[in-house]
Design a protein around this ligand. Structure first.
Ligand SMILES: *Cc1c(COP(=O)(O)O)cnc(C)c1O
Length: 356
C-alpha cells in the first residue's frame, strides 16, 4: 500500500443510529442497511472526494448514464466478528482486484486501494456495532460503482460514484438446490463480459431463471454460448464437482472468477486433493452421475459459501446426487472456513483482514 498519499476520509456521523431498532435474531438478507456508507466521487479524471456519511437516499439525474447505458459494477464481501469482538473481512483484496478488472472492461475508472480497502476498513470501524456476533451471522458488504454523467449519448461517462453499503445478515442455512441445465439461453460468450460483476449480467438471468423455476428447479446451470455443451456456473455462484477423486471446477473468462471458488480450490490443493480447473462437459457430469462417480456437487459463492446440489435436470431427465451427509470434501471445507472466519483457528494464509 502506498503510504505517501493517504486519503483522509471525513466521517459525518449519523445523528440517529437505527441500531436499536434491528432484531438481530431475525435478519433478512439485504433488507436493513447499517448506519453509514462510504461515498467517493470521480470527476475531471480523478477521485475528488471520499466521505463516510449516514446511509440515505441519493439525488441522481434522470439522464444519468448508468440508467441508460449500463456502466454499473459491484462486489459482494463478508465481514465477521470473532468471540473477542475483533472485526475481520474475508479476502477483500481479491474483491478489489476483481472490481478493477470489471471496471476496466466497462471503461470505468479504477478505484485505488486507499479508497476501496482503507475505506472499507474505516467504514467497518465506524459501524463495528453492526457486525453481528452470533455463529453463522456476518456483515454483508456491497461496494459498487456507477456512471453519473447527466447526458444522453453512448460514450464513457465522465463522472462516477463509488459507494460501499453494508447490512447485517443472519445465519445462512442453505437447503440443497436443484439445477436445470440451460441449453437455449446464454449468460456470457467469449469476448463478452461474463468475468465481470456488472449489473447487466443479472438482469439477463432473470427471465431464463423464472422459466427454470416454473419447471420446478431452483436455479440454472449455464452452459457455453457456442454449443451449450460445457458447464459454466449456476445463477450467482460458481460450480465445483467431485468426480472420482478429483475436485473439478469449470474454467474460462465466460464465468465469474469467484473468491469462494478460488479459496476452495486452494484448500483442495493444500489438503492433497487433485484440484483441476478445466472445461467440464455436461455429458461428462451426467455420465459420472450415472456411473456413481460424482460424489459431490455444489455451488460456491460469498452468500452461502457452499450450497449443495441434489438434483440436475438435463433434456427432460432428472439426475439425483448422493446424500449431503456423506459429502466429505464440501462439509470439511464449510467447517474449516467457518472456524477460520470467526477466528477460531489459525489463519495460515492471511485471508482475514483485521479491522480492529
Ligand atoms: C459473485 C458471483 C459469484 C461468486 O463469487 P464470490 O466471489 O465467491 O462471491 C459467482 N458467479 C457469479 C455470476 C457471481 O456474480
Amino acid at each position: 500500500m502506498s503510504s505517501s498519499q493517504t486519503t483522509t476520509i471525513q466521517v459525518e456521523p449519523t445523528q440517529q443510529s437505527r441500531l436499536a431498532q434491528v432484531d438481530f435474531n431475525n435478519l433478512k438478507f439485504g433488507q436493513i442497511m447499517s448506519d453509514h456508507m462510504l461515498v467517493a466521487e470521480y470527476d475531471n479524471g480523478k477521485w475528488e472526494s471520499v466521505k463516510i456519511v449516514p446511509y440515505g437516499d441519493l439525488a441522481v439525474s434522470p439522464s444519468m448514464s448508468a440508467l441508460h447505458y449500463g456502466q454499473a459494477i459491484f462486489e459482494g464481501i463478508k465481514g465477521y466478528k470473532f468471540e473477542d469482538g475483533t472485526v475481520s473481512i474475508f479476502r477483500p483484496d481479491k474483491n478489489w482486484e476483481r472490481f478493477n478488472k470489471s471496471a476496466a472492461r466497462l471503461q470505468m475508472p479504477e478505484v485505488p486501494e486507499e479508497i476501496f480497502i482503507d475505506g472499507l476498513k474505516q467504514l467497518l470501524d465506524v459501524d463495528s456495532e453492526w457486525v453481528p456476533n452470533k455463529e453463522g451471522t456476518s456483515l454483508y458488504i456491497r461496494p459498487f460503482m456507477f456512471a453519473t454523467e447527466a447526458a444522453l449519448g453512448v460514450h464513457p461517462s465522465k463522472s462516477y460514484k463509488f459507494i460501499i453499503i453494508t447490512c447485517p445478515v443472519g445465519a445462512y442455512y442453505s437447503k440443497p438446490i436443484s439445477l436445470k441445465v440451460e441449453t437455449h439461453y446464454t449468460r456470457a460468450a467469449e469476448g463478452g463480459v461474463g468475468f465481470s460483476k456488472n449489473a447487466g449480467n443479472y438482469a439477463l438471468s432473470l427471465y431464463p431463471t423464472q422459466l427454470a423455476n416454473d419447471e420446478g428447479y431452483d436455479q440454472i446451470m449455464w452452459t457455453d454460448a457456442l454449443e451449450h455443451k460445457y458447464i459454466e456456473e449456476a445463477g450467482t455462484a460458481n460450480l465445483i464437482f467431485r468426480i472420482g477423486d478429483k475436485i473439478i471446477t469449470p474454467h474460462g473468462d465466460t464465468i465469474l472468477h469467484g473468491v469462494t471458488r478460488r479459496t476452495i480450490m486452494e484448500l483442495a490443493e493444500k489438503w492433497g486433493y487433485q484440484a483441476e480447473q478445466r472445461k467440464v462437459s455436461v455429458q461428462e457430469l451426467i455420465d459420472g452421475i450415472k456411473a456413481g462417480e460424482v460424489s459431490e456437487a455444489f455451488a460456491a459463492g460469498t452468500a452461502a459459501t457452499i450450497t449443495h446440489i441434489d438434483r440436475i435436470g438435463f433434456e427432460g431427465q432428472d439426475y439425483t446426487l448422493p446424500p449431503v451427509e456423506g459429502r466429505e470434501f464440501s462439509n470439511k471445507v464449510l467447517g474449516y472456513l467457518n472456524d477460520l472466519r470467526y477466528g477460531k483457528t489459525e489463519d495460515p494464509f492471511g485471508w482475514n483482514l483485521i479491522v480492529k
